[in-house]
Design a binder for this molecule. Structure first.
Ligand code: FIX
Ligand code: ZN
Length: 430
């Protein structure tokens, strides 16, 4: 790196990015740098039918189901009585042909088709289907990860799911080094009677009553599965009325099982807070809603357990600013992603902007929450553009003050946001 010495001040002349190139450089790097997607519902190919991909899965994504059924006057049961292909055809007709695909999820499908090289002007769904039918799942996984620029994917893994469990027990769960596990603990926290049943079936000696034996056995279950999966963190989705501390099952489970296990295994605990499940049960997965939450529950956790790391995202827009301020107070709190209904361009921009203004680059701006493999393409392309725009605005402002960022510094900042903040928080900095 060439340097000029002007008195005492060393000026790096080689990699300073001129104002004219700044925006372009930031955009180019943001669009192309490899990403760690730290929360998805995707699976490695070894998980067989659990890995969803292709046109029909994309069109029957639950985001598109709720958007399309708004246009229908049929009974909800009519939609569910159709085959997947019929549902996909109907959603295509309703959201793409009868109306314009301007929503985030519909425009995302168009982004996917375009990046896969399809002629979207033909509007011929069967052509797209036929093209994809020529590919194997392994080929498609490679192609999509390459187009989306994703090199590490964290799955959502539930040992109570019998299909998934058998993959882990057969030793195939850890074969693909691009995929990492996160152990989901929703049932333990949110449906204890069901969890007791599942744990007993798996041979753990637990009872409904909260006893020393039950605590020890639940800890044993979690520790064994963390090790089996090599899980990077424990994760749960919580309803908006989650309170902590409280005189309830969740607080006992957190204090006496989750935290001791996380500390024993040296992994973070991820809480995704603010879901109201099944506000319209007739919509299935598409029937969940968002709900304002109490940020002070996170505050209490971070204060009580300063040595425990918490990965936190919240679903209500109203909670975002307060949560970001809280992250300034606790270094054991890492905020992540624009979750679910917040994963729309206007809100991603708003959240990314004030997160950068309050925290600099010390947060994880996005995760994809993909359920269908090709969604990686649109979810990341749309978000990368926004991250680039927000950062470029900030660098430009610095430039006017005479502080010129170098290309290496831009790369470092983006790498922190897209990769390193996550891995370092885990104590696995790369
Ligand atoms: O709880 C979660 O991890 C949520 O992300 C999902 O349950 C939700 O259905 C989803 O797909 C959101 O994007
Ligand atoms: Zn999720």
């Amino acid at each position: 790196m060439e340097q000029l010495t002007k008195g005492e001040i060393k000026v790096n002349i080689q990699t300073n990015v001129s104002k004219a190139d700044l925006r372009q450089t930031v955009e180019h790097l943001a669009m192309s740098m490899p990403v760690t997607d730290m929360h998805t519902h995707l699976y490695a190919p070894e998980f067989g039918e659990l890995l969803l991909w292709g046109i029909d899965e994309l069109l029957t994504y639950h985001y598109l189901i709720s958007e399309s059924i708004r246009w229908s006057e049929e009974e909800y049961s009519h939609f569910w009585s159709m085959t997947k292909r019929e549902q996909a055809d109907w959603i295509w007709q309703t959201l793409f042909l009868d109306h314009s695909p301007v929503s985030e999820a519909t425009s995302g499908f168009i982004t996917i088709l375009t990046r896969l090289g399809f002629d979207v002007s033909s509007r011929n769904l069967d052509d797209y289907r036929q093209e994809l039918a020529k590919r194997s799942v392994n080929e498609q996984v490679d192609i999509v990860m390459q187009i989306a620029g994703i090199d590490k994917i964290v799955m959502t893994n539930d040992p109570f799911d019998s299909i998934e469990r058998s993959v882990w027990l057969s030793g195939n769960g850890k074969k693909d080094p691009r995929f990492y596990a996160a152990l989901r603990v929703d049932t333990l926290l949110n449906d204890w009677p069901l969890a007791v049943n599942e744990l007993q079936n798996l041979g753990y000696d637990v009872q409904m009553e909260w006893s020393k034996q039950t605590i020890e056995e639940t800890r044993r279950f979690l520790s064994e599965w963390i090790i089996r999966m090599d899980a990077l963190y424990l994760a749960v989705s919580m309803p908006g009325d989650f309170q902590y501390p409280a005189d309830d099952h969740r607080s006992k489970m957190i204090d006496e099982v989750m935290i001791p296990v996380c500390q024993g295994q040296n992994i973070p605990f991820a809480l995704m807070i603010g879901v109201r499940r099944k506000v319209n049960p007739l919509l299935g997965l598409a029937g969940d809603m968002s709900m304002r939450s109490d940020v002070s529950a996170v505050e209490a956790l971070c204060r009580r357990y300063p040595d425990q790391k918490f990965l936190i995202t919240m679903l209500a827009r109203e909670n975002q600013h307060e949560l970001t301020v809280l992250a300034r107070k606790f270094r054991n709190l890492m905020i992540f992603g624009c979750w679910w209904f917040l994963h729309i361009e206007s809100i991603v921009e708003e959240m990314t902007r004030f997160r950068v203004e309050l925290l600099g680059t010390s947060m994880i701006p996005q995760h994809s929450d993909c359920r269908v493999f090709e969604q990686l393409i649109y979810k990341w392309e749309h978000s990368r553009k926004i991250i680039a725009k927000v950062l470029a605005d900030k660098y430009e402002k610095l430039h006017y003050s005479g502080w010129n960022v170098t290309e290496e510094e831009i790369k470092r900042d983006l790498d922190d946001m897209l990769n390193q903040n996550f891995w370092r928080f885990l104590g696995k900095g790369q």
